[in-house]
Write a protein that binds this ligand. Structure first.
Ligand SMILES: NC(=O)c1ccc[n+]([C@@H]2O[C@H](COP(=O)([O-])OP(=O)(O)OC[C@H]3O[C@@H](n4cnc5c(N)ncnc54)[C@H](OP(=O)(O)O)[C@@H]3O)[C@@H](O)[C@H]2O)c1
Length: 212
């Protein structure tokens, strides 16, 4: 209710759990220190999310940064399954197993960092990858368009971010062409590495992180 008041909305379309972790309330340091972490009561949190949907405060509920293992756990007790899992997904972190799992369980994936670009994001193995650049040249498209077209062809949703009108328009021009089998063969060779490992300090990564 407080969130809706702050947003001046009567309901949300979609309400997500941002990370499968729990920090002590009150102090909001980032990244989160080890001593700030508490065990996550996922069942309790999800029951509250379900109640929000039943009360009409949100049309749908979902999660973000959930692995297959965490989704399996959630699905074992959820009475309303998550509609969406928002995760890092791009040509350099393709997450095929997670895509297959979500498809089989009717969970829509939203790919964040679909272009994997930004000063704090480290080397860009998606847009700056030679394979992606070659495919872009062959189609007369930009590397960004190749990245977004690939996601579109995986039937996942995605949230590219740009403050530039020209690039926003460019990012919409992905619907009248397609990647070829040859492109896919090249794409399968791109080195895979997760970029965003979470809001905790690196040494805490193993507390919540699993492959896919
Ligand atoms: N759920 C989560 O835990 C989580 C984590 C991270 C991010 N997200 C969300 O994901 C969304 C996007 O993620 P992101 O910002 O990390 O990554 P992104 O959308 O992959 O990349 C954004 C960067 O790409 C540039 N860009 C956009 N279009 C371009 C184009 N056509 N050519 C060249 N550069 C282009 C933008 O610069 P310009 O503005 O200069 O165009 C910006 O620097 C955000 O809404 C964010 O909130 C969610």
């Amino acid at each position: 209710m407080i969130i809706l008041g702050n947003l001046q909305l009567e309901w949300l379309d979609l309400y997500l759990i941002h990370w499968p972790i729990c920090a002590k309330p009150g102090k909001f340091s980032f990244p989160i220190d080890a001593e700030e972490l508490m065990p996550l009561n996922l069942k309790g949190v999800w029951e509250a999310m379900e109640e929000c949907q039943r009360l009409g405060l949100t049309r749908a509920i979902g999660v973000s940064n959930f692995s297959i293992k965490k989704l399996e756990n959630l699905l074992s007790f959820a009475t309303i399954p998550p509609a969406v899992n928002q995760v890092e997904m791009n040509l350099a972190w393709q997450q095929k197993n997670l895509r297959d799992f979500c498809k089989a369980n009717d969970i829509i994936i939203t790919a964040f960092s679909p272009l994997r670009k930004g000063a704090s994001r480290g080397p860009n193995e998606a847009m700056d990858n030679d394979v992606v650049k070659d495919i872009a040249v062959a189609h007369g498209k930009s590397s960004a368009q190749v990245c977004l077209r690939w996601l579109y062809e995986q039937v996942v949703t995605f949230v590219p971010k740009s403050y530039n009108k020209e690039r926003m328009n460019q990012n919409l021009q992905i619907f009248d062409w397609s990647l070829t089998e040859e492109d896919y063969a090249k794409i399968s060779q791109i080195k895979q590495q997760r970029l965003i490992s979470g809001p905790t300090k690196p040494q805490l990564k193993n507390l919540y992180d699993e492959e896919n």
